[in-house]
Design a binder for this molecule. Structure first.
Ligand code: PLP
Length: 391
């Protein structure tokens, strides 16, 4: 029995099965490479699902967290602290509008926060999109457009309507003057790396304004330079009322930020919400390090170079009928529903990818990927695609 097999057996014995059986037991990582407990090396094209923007074991995150932990790691939310303050100011400067930030720990929590803000407008209806994903907690699940994820958990929040992504007329029916807020991912990640068109982003913004509904942009997956801009909505020349960030923000240290802009910044008043760990000094310090390195190392441009390399290396690969997405968030549409087989074969060949649905492969690598990582990862993936397309 290998260490991997043994590890998986023990894992299954004591960890709940909600993620199914893990395929791999990872031990360490460096940059865009990870190694399993049997010493096998993999190029990581998944980055903890769009989290490890700076790859694994980045010295800036290690230094920031170590320094902060040895100074002041955690305080109650009765106290202010410098890292949290600096992070909020930095995020607002990146958005370029006055607003206020609520810090928590995850993507689901930033969505929960925005749902509470939406309720505080006095209206209860919410509009969202089919195939969208906003998290697994009950509120976030209620605005998620994937029946197989929410059906077992009914009753959900009432008053939520769904329309198809990129269907402007459908959205005009879904959003009414009763609608408190509309939820959108600029590129649906879990739904299969499906980009919203620029026209749809702009029309949704306008329809929200016309109906006095909050335009809530969930950038948990697309945010923090992944698509070649700090935030993916910036490709469409629209402004959110609420911006949701998590995943890449902490580069692997859990932190989420719900940013409410303009007149909406003060809706969440005293006593209305809270989070014990949210944005504590340690996680804020990690996020500040991520933002600094993204800027210093010009990782937004790197995301665009990664897109170019992935597109040119994979658009003619066996069985690939479409390459979509932006920057370092790329989806490969396959000729059939065998993406899980490709994911498995790719892992055997030494590259980690994922299959958000049966016809789609998702690539969300670290932005610190080197040219060599790209070359090796693409070679291995092309071989996996060939092996599965033929069989
Ligand atoms: C767009 C989006 N929103 C929310 C979430 C939920 O994030 P978390 O798993 O951190 O709760 C995800 C996770 O994949 C996501 O992609």
């Amino acid at each position: 029995m290998t260490n991997t097999e043994l590890g998986i057996e023990r894992w299954q014995h004591s960890i709940m099965n909600n993620y199914g059986t893990p395929a791999i037991v990872l031990e360490r990582g460096q940059g865009a490479r990870v190694w399993d407990v049997d010493g096998r090396e993999y190029v990581d094209f998944l980055a903890g699902i769009a989290v490890n923007i700076l790859g694994h074991a980045h010295p800036a995150i290690i230094e920031a967290v170590t320094k902060q932990l040895s100074t002041l790691g955690h305080v109650s939310n009765f106290a202010a602290h410098k890292p949290g303050l600096e992070l909020a100011e930095r995020l607002l400067a990146l958005v370029g509008q006055p607003g206020k930030v609520f810090f928590c720990n995850s993507g689901a929590e930033v969505n929960e926060t925005a749902i509470k803000i939406a309720r505080l407008t006095g209206k209860t209806h919410i509009a969202s999109l089919e195939h969208s994903f906003h998290g697994r907690t009950m509120g976030a699940l209620s605005v998620t457009g994937q029946p197989k994820k929410y059906e077992p958990f009914r009753p959900l929040l009432p008053g939520i309507t769904f329309s198809e992504p990129n269907d402007i007329e459908g959205l005009r029916t879904s959003i009414t003057p009763e609608t408190s807020a509309f939820w959108i991912e600029p590129i649906q990640g879990e739904g299969g790396v499906l980009p919203m068109t620029c026209e749809f982003m702009q029309a949704s913004r306008e329809i929200c304004t016309d109906n006095n509904a909050l335009f809530v942009v969930d950038e948990v997956q697309t945010g923090i330079a992944r698509t070649g801009k700090w935030f993916a909505y910036q490709h469409s020349n629209v402004e959110p009322d609420i911006l949701l960030l998590a995943k890449g923000l902490g580069g692997g240290v859990p932190i989420g930020a719900c940013i409410a802009l303009g007149e909406h910044a003060d809706l969440l008043g005293q006593g209305t919400h809270g989070s014990t760990f949210g944005g504590n000094p340690m996680s804020s310090a990690a996020a500040l390090a991520v933002l600094r390195i993204v800027e210093e190392d010009n990782l937004m441009d790197r995301a665009l170079e990664i897109e170019k390399a992935l597109r040119s290396g994979l658009e003619n690969a066996p069985g690939v009928v479409d390459v979509r997405g932006a920057g370092a968030m790329i989806g490969l549409k396959l000729a059939g529903d065998y993406s899980v087989a490709v994911e498995r074969r790719a892992r055997e060949l030494g590259v980690i990818i994922n299959a958000p649905n049966p016809e789609i492969i998702r690539l969300v690598p670290p932005l610190v990927l080197t040219d060599e990582d790209l070359r090796v990862g693409i070679d291995r993936l092309v071989q996996a695609l060939g092996d599965c397309a033929q069989s």
